[in-house]
Design a protein around this ligand. Structure first.
Ligand code: SI3
Length: 308
Protein backbone atom coordinates (compact mmCIF):
# COMPACT_ATOMS: atom_id res chain seq x y z
CA UNK A 1 0.00 0.00 0.00
CA UNK A 2 1.31 3.41 -0.89
CA UNK A 3 1.65 5.75 2.05
CA UNK A 4 0.74 9.37 1.37
CA UNK A 5 2.11 12.45 3.02
CA UNK A 6 -1.15 13.66 4.52
CA UNK A 7 -4.63 12.32 5.03
CA UNK A 8 -7.52 14.36 3.72
CA UNK A 9 -9.61 15.43 6.71
CA UNK A 10 -11.85 18.18 8.05
CA UNK A 11 -13.92 20.34 5.74
CA UNK A 12 -13.37 20.34 1.99
CA UNK A 13 -15.14 23.06 -0.01
CA UNK A 14 -16.66 21.83 -3.27
CA UNK A 15 -15.63 24.89 -5.25
CA UNK A 16 -17.76 26.85 -7.66
CA UNK A 17 -16.35 27.77 -11.04
CA UNK A 18 -16.56 31.56 -11.33
CA UNK A 19 -17.87 32.72 -14.70
CA UNK A 20 -18.28 36.04 -16.45
CA UNK A 21 -21.67 37.26 -17.66
CA UNK A 22 -20.81 36.03 -21.17
CA UNK A 23 -20.12 32.50 -19.95
CA UNK A 24 -16.32 32.40 -19.89
CA UNK A 25 -14.45 31.21 -16.85
CA UNK A 26 -13.39 34.08 -14.63
CA UNK A 27 -9.94 32.86 -13.59
CA UNK A 28 -9.03 36.27 -12.19
CA UNK A 29 -10.99 35.77 -8.94
CA UNK A 30 -9.67 32.33 -7.96
CA UNK A 31 -6.78 33.78 -5.94
CA UNK A 32 -9.23 35.91 -3.97
CA UNK A 33 -11.48 32.85 -3.56
CA UNK A 34 -8.61 30.85 -2.00
CA UNK A 35 -7.89 33.66 0.49
CA UNK A 36 -11.56 33.95 1.36
CA UNK A 37 -11.90 30.23 2.12
CA UNK A 38 -8.78 30.14 4.25
CA UNK A 39 -9.15 33.44 6.11
CA UNK A 40 -12.90 33.90 6.41
CA UNK A 41 -14.18 30.34 6.48
CA UNK A 42 -11.25 28.41 7.96
CA UNK A 43 -11.47 25.90 5.09
CA UNK A 44 -8.13 24.69 3.73
CA UNK A 45 -9.11 21.87 1.40
CA UNK A 46 -10.89 22.12 -1.93
CA UNK A 47 -12.61 19.74 -4.30
CA UNK A 48 -12.39 21.25 -7.78
CA UNK A 49 -14.48 20.58 -10.93
CA UNK A 50 -17.07 18.46 -9.10
CA UNK A 51 -20.83 18.91 -9.13
CA UNK A 52 -20.70 22.37 -7.57
CA UNK A 53 -17.89 23.33 -9.95
CA UNK A 54 -20.00 22.30 -12.98
CA UNK A 55 -17.09 20.06 -13.93
CA UNK A 56 -19.14 17.99 -16.36
CA UNK A 57 -20.35 21.16 -18.12
CA UNK A 58 -16.82 22.40 -18.82
CA UNK A 59 -14.63 21.49 -21.78
CA UNK A 60 -11.55 19.38 -21.12
CA UNK A 61 -9.35 22.37 -21.79
CA UNK A 62 -11.34 24.48 -19.30
CA UNK A 63 -11.13 21.74 -16.68
CA UNK A 64 -7.36 21.63 -17.06
CA UNK A 65 -7.07 25.40 -16.73
CA UNK A 66 -9.37 25.56 -13.70
CA UNK A 67 -7.41 22.77 -11.98
CA UNK A 68 -4.15 24.55 -12.73
CA UNK A 69 -5.37 27.85 -11.35
CA UNK A 70 -6.52 26.28 -8.06
CA UNK A 71 -3.22 24.45 -7.62
CA UNK A 72 -1.23 27.60 -8.42
CA UNK A 73 -3.26 29.97 -6.26
CA UNK A 74 -3.55 27.43 -3.44
CA UNK A 75 0.20 26.79 -3.16
CA UNK A 76 1.38 27.40 0.44
CA UNK A 77 -2.15 28.43 1.41
CA UNK A 78 -4.35 25.36 1.00
CA UNK A 79 -3.65 21.96 2.56
CA UNK A 80 -5.07 19.89 -0.28
CA UNK A 81 -6.43 20.46 -3.76
CA UNK A 82 -8.35 17.43 -5.02
CA UNK A 83 -9.39 17.47 -8.65
CA UNK A 84 -12.47 15.69 -9.89
CA UNK A 85 -11.47 14.05 -13.18
CA UNK A 86 -14.54 11.92 -13.88
CA UNK A 87 -15.85 11.94 -17.47
CA UNK A 88 -17.92 9.74 -19.73
CA UNK A 89 -14.89 9.07 -21.88
CA UNK A 90 -12.25 6.94 -20.17
CA UNK A 91 -9.58 8.61 -22.31
CA UNK A 92 -10.60 12.09 -21.22
CA UNK A 93 -10.69 11.00 -17.62
CA UNK A 94 -7.19 9.54 -17.93
CA UNK A 95 -5.95 12.70 -19.60
CA UNK A 96 -7.32 14.80 -16.73
CA UNK A 97 -5.86 12.42 -14.13
CA UNK A 98 -2.43 12.61 -15.72
CA UNK A 99 -2.70 16.38 -15.93
CA UNK A 100 -3.66 16.62 -12.23
CA UNK A 101 -0.49 14.69 -11.36
CA UNK A 102 1.64 16.90 -13.61
CA UNK A 103 0.44 20.14 -12.04
CA UNK A 104 0.98 18.88 -8.49
CA UNK A 105 -2.59 18.32 -7.27
CA UNK A 106 -2.99 16.39 -4.02
CA UNK A 107 -5.52 13.85 -5.21
CA UNK A 108 -8.05 12.90 -7.85
CA UNK A 109 -11.67 11.80 -7.60
CA UNK A 110 -13.93 10.09 -10.10
CA UNK A 111 -17.69 9.61 -10.38
CA UNK A 112 -19.22 6.58 -12.04
CA UNK A 113 -19.82 7.01 -15.79
CA UNK A 114 -23.50 7.83 -16.09
CA UNK A 115 -24.54 7.43 -19.76
CA UNK A 116 -23.37 3.92 -20.51
CA UNK A 117 -23.46 2.76 -16.90
CA UNK A 118 -21.41 0.03 -15.22
CA UNK A 119 -23.97 -2.52 -14.11
CA UNK A 120 -21.94 -4.22 -11.46
CA UNK A 121 -19.13 -3.56 -9.03
CA UNK A 122 -16.43 -5.26 -11.08
CA UNK A 123 -17.12 -3.16 -14.17
CA UNK A 124 -17.15 0.03 -12.13
CA UNK A 125 -13.86 -0.91 -10.49
CA UNK A 126 -12.33 -1.69 -13.88
CA UNK A 127 -13.23 1.80 -15.07
CA UNK A 128 -11.93 3.46 -11.89
CA UNK A 129 -8.73 1.42 -12.00
CA UNK A 130 -7.94 2.55 -15.53
CA UNK A 131 -8.30 6.18 -14.49
CA UNK A 132 -6.32 5.76 -11.26
CA UNK A 133 -3.51 4.06 -13.21
CA UNK A 134 -3.04 7.22 -15.28
CA UNK A 135 -1.95 9.04 -12.10
CA UNK A 136 -0.15 6.37 -10.07
CA UNK A 137 1.41 8.89 -7.70
CA UNK A 138 -1.86 10.49 -6.61
CA UNK A 139 -4.34 9.41 -3.94
CA UNK A 140 -7.55 8.28 -5.60
CA UNK A 141 -11.07 8.88 -4.26
CA UNK A 142 -14.32 7.43 -5.52
CA UNK A 143 -17.09 10.04 -5.70
CA UNK A 144 -20.33 8.25 -4.85
CA UNK A 145 -23.33 10.35 -5.90
CA UNK A 146 -26.02 7.88 -7.01
CA UNK A 147 -28.86 10.42 -7.20
CA UNK A 148 -27.02 12.23 -10.02
CA UNK A 149 -25.20 9.38 -11.76
CA UNK A 150 -27.99 6.82 -11.48
CA UNK A 151 -25.32 4.25 -10.60
CA UNK A 152 -26.66 2.59 -7.47
CA UNK A 153 -23.81 0.19 -6.72
CA UNK A 154 -23.47 0.36 -2.96
CA UNK A 155 -20.37 2.04 -1.64
CA UNK A 156 -19.76 -0.65 0.99
CA UNK A 157 -19.76 -3.26 -1.77
CA UNK A 158 -17.30 -1.24 -3.83
CA UNK A 159 -14.96 -0.71 -0.89
CA UNK A 160 -14.65 -4.40 -0.16
CA UNK A 161 -11.17 -5.38 -1.37
CA UNK A 162 -10.77 -2.25 -3.51
CA UNK A 163 -7.15 -1.56 -2.59
CA UNK A 164 -6.12 -4.89 -4.11
CA UNK A 165 -7.47 -3.60 -7.42
CA UNK A 166 -6.65 0.10 -7.06
CA UNK A 167 -3.48 0.49 -4.97
CA UNK A 168 -3.82 4.28 -4.88
CA UNK A 169 -7.35 4.13 -3.46
CA UNK A 170 -7.47 6.47 -0.47
CA UNK A 171 -11.13 7.07 0.21
CA UNK A 172 -14.66 7.88 -0.65
CA UNK A 173 -16.73 10.98 -1.08
CA UNK A 174 -20.15 9.79 0.00
CA UNK A 175 -22.88 12.09 -1.36
CA UNK A 176 -25.89 10.04 -0.35
CA UNK A 177 -28.28 9.83 2.57
CA UNK A 178 -28.08 6.03 3.02
CA UNK A 179 -26.48 5.82 6.45
CA UNK A 180 -26.65 2.05 6.44
CA UNK A 181 -24.37 1.98 3.41
CA UNK A 182 -22.11 4.69 4.87
CA UNK A 183 -21.96 2.98 8.27
CA UNK A 184 -20.92 -0.26 6.64
CA UNK A 185 -18.12 1.57 4.82
CA UNK A 186 -16.88 2.90 8.16
CA UNK A 187 -17.18 -0.52 9.76
CA UNK A 188 -15.02 -2.06 7.02
CA UNK A 189 -12.39 0.63 7.45
CA UNK A 190 -10.98 -0.96 10.64
CA UNK A 191 -7.52 0.43 10.31
CA UNK A 192 -8.87 3.84 9.43
CA UNK A 193 -6.65 3.84 6.37
CA UNK A 194 -9.25 5.52 4.14
CA UNK A 195 -10.71 9.02 4.23
CA UNK A 196 -14.50 8.64 4.40
CA UNK A 197 -15.86 12.03 3.47
CA UNK A 198 -19.53 12.78 3.97
CA UNK A 199 -21.21 14.82 1.22
CA UNK A 200 -24.65 15.78 2.55
CA UNK A 201 -24.05 19.00 4.47
CA UNK A 202 -27.46 19.14 6.15
CA UNK A 203 -26.85 15.69 7.68
CA UNK A 204 -23.16 15.99 8.49
CA UNK A 205 -23.62 15.47 12.23
CA UNK A 206 -25.20 12.06 11.55
CA UNK A 207 -22.27 11.31 9.25
CA UNK A 208 -19.83 12.24 12.02
CA UNK A 209 -21.61 10.03 14.54
CA UNK A 210 -21.39 7.21 12.01
CA UNK A 211 -17.63 7.79 11.67
CA UNK A 212 -17.03 10.23 8.80
CA UNK A 213 -13.43 11.43 8.81
CA UNK A 214 -14.26 14.66 6.98
CA UNK A 215 -16.79 16.28 4.66
CA UNK A 216 -16.98 17.67 1.15
CA UNK A 217 -19.78 20.08 0.32
CA UNK A 218 -21.05 23.19 -1.36
CA UNK A 219 -22.14 25.05 1.76
CA UNK A 220 -18.62 25.01 3.24
CA UNK A 221 -17.86 27.80 0.76
CA UNK A 222 -19.92 30.22 2.84
CA UNK A 223 -20.89 28.30 6.02
CA UNK A 224 -17.46 26.78 6.61
CA UNK A 225 -16.88 28.76 9.78
CA UNK A 226 -20.22 27.69 11.26
CA UNK A 227 -19.72 24.09 10.26
CA UNK A 228 -16.24 24.13 11.78
CA UNK A 229 -17.87 25.20 15.07
CA UNK A 230 -20.04 22.11 14.83
CA UNK A 231 -16.99 19.93 14.17
CA UNK A 232 -15.23 21.41 17.22
CA UNK A 233 -18.26 20.85 19.47
CA UNK A 234 -18.47 17.26 18.22
CA UNK A 235 -14.76 16.74 18.81
CA UNK A 236 -15.18 17.98 22.37
CA UNK A 237 -18.16 15.67 22.84
CA UNK A 238 -20.46 18.66 23.37
CA UNK A 239 -23.27 17.00 21.45
CA UNK A 240 -25.94 19.44 22.49
CA UNK A 241 -24.00 22.38 20.98
CA UNK A 242 -23.13 20.31 17.91
CA UNK A 243 -26.82 19.60 17.41
CA UNK A 244 -27.71 23.27 17.76
CA UNK A 245 -25.17 24.17 15.06
CA UNK A 246 -26.54 21.43 12.80
CA UNK A 247 -30.14 22.54 13.35
CA UNK A 248 -29.23 26.11 12.47
CA UNK A 249 -27.49 25.00 9.25
CA UNK A 250 -30.48 22.77 8.50
CA UNK A 251 -32.85 25.69 8.93
CA UNK A 252 -31.00 27.54 6.20
CA UNK A 253 -30.69 24.57 3.83
CA UNK A 254 -34.31 23.58 4.41
CA UNK A 255 -35.39 27.13 3.62
CA UNK A 256 -33.47 27.35 0.34
CA UNK A 257 -34.35 23.81 -0.74
CA UNK A 258 -38.02 24.80 -0.57
CA UNK A 259 -37.28 27.74 -2.88
CA UNK A 260 -35.34 25.53 -5.31
CA UNK A 261 -31.66 25.03 -4.52
CA UNK A 262 -28.71 23.87 -6.59
CA UNK A 263 -25.46 25.08 -8.11
CA UNK A 264 -27.00 28.30 -9.56
CA UNK A 265 -28.36 29.30 -6.18
CA UNK A 266 -25.05 28.40 -4.51
CA UNK A 267 -23.33 30.79 -6.91
CA UNK A 268 -25.74 33.56 -5.95
CA UNK A 269 -25.34 32.93 -2.21
CA UNK A 270 -21.55 32.77 -2.42
CA UNK A 271 -21.45 36.04 -4.37
CA UNK A 272 -23.62 37.64 -1.72
CA UNK A 273 -21.72 36.34 1.30
CA UNK A 274 -18.14 36.60 0.03
CA UNK A 275 -18.47 39.59 -2.28
CA UNK A 276 -16.58 37.62 -4.95
CA UNK A 277 -18.55 37.50 -8.22
CA UNK A 278 -19.30 33.89 -9.11
CA UNK A 279 -21.32 34.86 -12.15
CA UNK A 280 -24.05 32.84 -13.80
CA UNK A 281 -24.03 29.06 -14.20
CA UNK A 282 -23.63 27.43 -17.60
CA UNK A 283 -26.64 26.08 -19.50
CA UNK A 284 -28.66 23.97 -18.90
CA UNK A 285 -28.54 25.51 -15.41
CA UNK A 286 -30.43 28.78 -15.03
CA UNK A 287 -29.31 31.81 -13.09
CA UNK A 288 -30.88 32.21 -9.63
CA UNK A 289 -33.65 34.79 -9.51
CA UNK A 290 -33.46 38.10 -7.66
CA UNK A 291 -36.31 36.88 -5.43
CA UNK A 292 -34.29 33.83 -4.44
CA UNK A 293 -31.23 35.90 -3.56
CA UNK A 294 -33.25 38.41 -1.52
CA UNK A 295 -34.99 35.65 0.44
CA UNK A 296 -31.73 33.78 1.04
CA UNK A 297 -30.09 37.00 2.23
CA UNK A 298 -32.87 37.70 4.72
CA UNK A 299 -32.66 34.13 6.04
CA UNK A 300 -28.87 34.24 6.38
CA UNK A 301 -29.21 37.47 8.37
CA UNK A 302 -31.95 36.15 10.61
CA UNK A 303 -29.83 33.09 11.45
CA UNK A 304 -26.75 35.19 12.20
CA UNK A 305 -24.82 33.85 9.18
CA UNK A 306 -24.52 37.25 7.48
CA UNK A 307 -23.89 40.64 9.03
CA UNK A 308 -23.41 43.10 6.18
C1 SI3 B 1 -26.03 17.09 -4.89
C2 SI3 B 1 -25.04 18.10 -4.38
O1 SI3 B 1 -24.79 19.08 -5.03
N1 SI3 B 1 -24.49 17.83 -3.23
C3 SI3 B 1 -23.51 18.72 -2.61
C4 SI3 B 1 -23.90 19.07 -1.20
O2 SI3 B 1 -22.92 19.89 -0.64
C5 SI3 B 1 -25.24 19.81 -1.21
O3 SI3 B 1 -25.14 20.97 -1.98
C6 SI3 B 1 -25.66 20.19 0.21
O4 SI3 B 1 -25.68 19.04 1.01
C7 SI3 B 1 -27.01 20.88 0.23
O5 SI3 B 1 -28.04 19.98 -0.13
C8 SI3 B 1 -22.15 18.03 -2.61
O6 SI3 B 1 -22.24 16.71 -2.16
C9 SI3 B 1 -21.59 18.07 -4.02
C10 SI3 B 1 -20.15 18.13 -4.05
O7 SI3 B 1 -19.50 17.90 -3.06
C11 SI3 B 1 -19.48 18.51 -5.29
O8 SI3 B 1 -19.73 19.57 -5.78
O9 SI3 B 1 -18.71 17.74 -5.83
Amino acid sequence: MASWKKKLQGLVAATLTPMTENGDINFSVIGQYVDYLVKEQGVKNVFVNGTTGEGLSLSISERRQVAEEWVTQGRNKLDQVVIHVGALSLKESQELAQHAAEIGADGIAVIAPFFFKPWNKDILINFLREVAAAAPTLPFYYYHIPALTGVKIRAEELLDGIQDKIPTFQGLKFSDTDLLDFGQCVDQNHQRQFALLFGVDEQLLSGLVMGATGAVGSTYNYLGKNTNQMLEAFEQKDFSSALNYQFCIQQFINFVVKLGFGVSQTKAIMTLVSGIPMGPPRLPLQKATREFTDSAEAKLKSLGFLFH
